[in-house]
Write a protein that binds this ligand. Sequence first.
Ligand code: PLP
Length: 452
Amino acid sequence: MPTSTEETLSSSQVKELTASLTYGTWRRQKGWTPLVIVDAEDCYFTDDQGKRYLDFSAQLMCVTLGHKNRAVVQAIEEQARKLAFIGPGFATEVRAELAKLLTEVLPQGLSKFFFTTSGTEANEAAFKIARMATGKTKIISRYRSYHGSTMGSIAATGDPRRWAMEPAGKVPGVIFAPEVNCYKCPIGHTYPGCGIACVEYIDHMIRNESDVAAVIVEPVVGTNGVLVPPPEYMPRLRAICDAHGVLLIADEVMAGWCRTGKWFAMDNWSVVPDILTTAKGITNAAIPLGLCATTAKVASYFDEHFFSHGHTYEAHPLTLAPAIASINEMKRLKLADRAAKLGSYMAKKLNELKPKHVSIGEVRGIGLFWAVELVKNQASKEPFNTGTDKISGKPLLVDRVAARMMANGVYLQAWMSHLVIAPPLIISEQEIDRGVAALDEALSIADAEVGK
Ligand SMILES: Cc1ncc(COP(=O)(O)O)c(C=O)c1O
């Protein structure tokens, strides 16, 4: 009697069946030849040929504690035996315990929680809650952003993944503000000395739009380039939202859970949002879980009004147990401090690459969350590829760089014209050296394209 897929299917069958019977996400299906992965542990994963890869992006910036964290695995096993599922209308020990823990680690003031099974759904919940609680409709998002794949969250996504669902993701009421990007300011300013014109523009939008329920931001923009706002940005955005009675939603799906050197990115500026959404690292990505956390003030609206939202899997016990284990592991390993400390090391190593490579436009980041932006021309800052190239299926230069790194045993996320470096926070300095060395070597591909 076969006991596992590996015994019943050959590697080439696994690859072929995966590619022909299931969708590859965010890509044309033709030409998809996914690598077969058989194992993953700590900062590494292993393919069907036994080759080990250093996971320099923690998969989709989500395996914060490293693969197969023992405490998380154990929590899943125990909860599966104890109570795998009971409907969201019931109280459970695991739900109560996680809620209590969340009040300790989230920015103070976020005290009522709705659990989902993805970051996307957490943002959907945030939009519905914001609309219901304020009685207003519009959501302001920013162009360089990703907030999820369903109709509402893709409508609020600024990057080209939205285009297939235009107009406006078929969900009315989302409008876009310029992103904060001090390397390449979308409105042509130079920091410092710009008065943070991009955040003042949001004030201008709210004054002129009316009916704005919320502003959603990734406090540190993730996939779209690890854009870290200047220190004045977030406190000013908080003040603008307060002045207009608009809710501030912080999408910390990627930036949360110690990645930036604090429990949550908003903690870097001591700003508390009205709603914080997160997912990914909450369970070390071992089980799908998302969270929409609201303040008591937002929550109080629903004391006397119908909370018109829910899922069969809301507060699913099996999803909650690994979150408790993950948070306890993050505390035990002091991961926020570790990310801050190793972040300085990573910054030094990545910045050393800059003078060596004519293709590097900027190195930027915070904690263990970094981007290396590649440009055809350092003076004009022209990227190698654009969103239009990505959607049209044109081969991207960053994908060639990432492929060379894979050949050298290091996995790295590539997007448009930059690379995102966000390893598990348990990574060592030696492993950082190895990842950066692989990047150093692979960047020769990009250097060779400069000036062409
Ligand atoms: C900032 C941000 N928000 C939302 C999402 C969507 O989360 P999920 O893929 O879990 O639905 C992502 C996913 O990458 C993200 O990075």
